[in-house]
Design a protein around this ligand. Structure first.
Ligand code: GLU
Length: 322
């Protein structure tokens, strides 16, 4: 693997990536079940790299908060693995790619209510239910986790977030998504019917949607994801053991990009997790965490410009796990 020192200087390289990949015309789609996401300008584009050496490089709209959506699933999994009974989670959710869309009901029924992995919606609902055993407000716990890892202690003490620097939950966006959450509610009721949900379906979906509605910038997300590139060591100390961090990276590689994980591995060669807000968090083990954001999506729900930019960046730096 190419080391950071051998890579081209990162500042100018990221500026060039932004010049080359910021969308010039509207293409791709936005999610129809989350109206708030349709309002984001199509030409938004940001990228940030947080290195294991403690540096952060960024370019474009890297300081603009966006909706992290499914990237939240990486952090809730990490929190569940930190908890007092991580083992019990793995009897409730598998670690296999799904090959179906992120909110598919079909596979869940055929497989008797055991989701394929924690990064599809059904799996994330089980992780949320697991977290809610210890705290009924897992979304606020996630916000605290993300804020600490992003290195914004000031916002941790303030916590409410509106107008304050640092991550915050966009409660209006969450409410609007919740009003259109029939499919996630259906997944939760399926899980409940199969005995794989302990809390009421409505409470779990409500909490899950609030997790997805956390707003963060590329810089904050790259810093928050650094522990995955750094053997479990985050910006504020140990988050997970080295082997748990490795395992989350492995699940990102195989399951992190909806049913396009194979295509993403082919093009980018790195573990990643995307969200329908247009963000992608990528890990270069031992070196850095990268977050790219551009809101328009491809047919599989991954950021169109973001994926192209990451493929370009990995080719130009040599960063890859292969
Ligand atoms: N809140 C979205 C949903 O549950 C998240 C989807 C995603 O980013 O994959 O539909």
């Amino acid at each position: 693997m190419t080391t950071l020192l051998e890579a081209p200087p990162l500042g100018p390289l990221l500026d060039d990536i932004v010049r080359s990949h910021r969308p010039r015309q509207e293409s791709g789609t936005v999610p129809t079940n989350i109206p708030f996401l349709a309002k984001v300008p199509f030409d938004s584009f940001g990228i940030a790299v947080a290195t294991t050496g403690g540096e952060v490089f960024s370019s474009g709209d890297a300081h603009v908060p966006f909706s992290i959506q499914s990237i939240s699933k990486v952090f809730t999994l990490a929190m569940a693995l930190q908890g007092s009974s991580p083992g019990s989670l793995w009897s409730r959710v598998l670690r296999e790619p799904s090959g179906t869309s992120f909110n598919s009901l079909v596979q869940l029924e055929v497989e008797h209510g055991i989701p394929r992995n924690p990064f599809i919606n059904a799996g994330a609902l089980v992780v949320t239910d697991h977290l809610m055993e210890e705290t009924s407000d897992a979304a606020t716990q996630l916000l605290r986790f993300a804020t600490e890892q992003a290195g914004n202690r000031q916002a941790v003490s303030g916590m409410a977030g509106s107008g304050a620097a640092g991550p915050f939950i966009d409660e209006a966006a969450a409410a609007s998504e919740l009003a259109r959450s029939s499919r996630n509610l259906a997944l939760a009721h399926f899980l409940k019917d199969f005995g794989n949900l302990r809390r009421p379906a409505e409470a779990v979906v409500h909490n899950y949607v609030r997790q997805c509605s956390i707003m963060m910038t590329c810089v904050e997300l790259a810093r928050a994801g650094l522990f995955l590139a750094n053997n479990g060591q985050g910006t504020q100390g140990t988050v997970l053991s080295r082997s748990e961090a490795k395992r989350i990276g492995s699940i990102m590689l195989t399951c992190g990009m909806y049913d396009a994980a194979g295509e993403f591995a082919y093009r980018v060669g790195l573990p990643g997790k995307s969200g329908v807000g247009g963000g992608v968090l990528v890990i270069v083990p031992g070196q850095c965490a990268i977050c790219v954001w551009s809101p328009r999506l491809d047919a599989k729900g991954n950021s169109l410009a973001g994926t192209a930019a990451l493929a370009d960046l990995s080719d130009r730096t040599g960063w890859s796990v292969f």
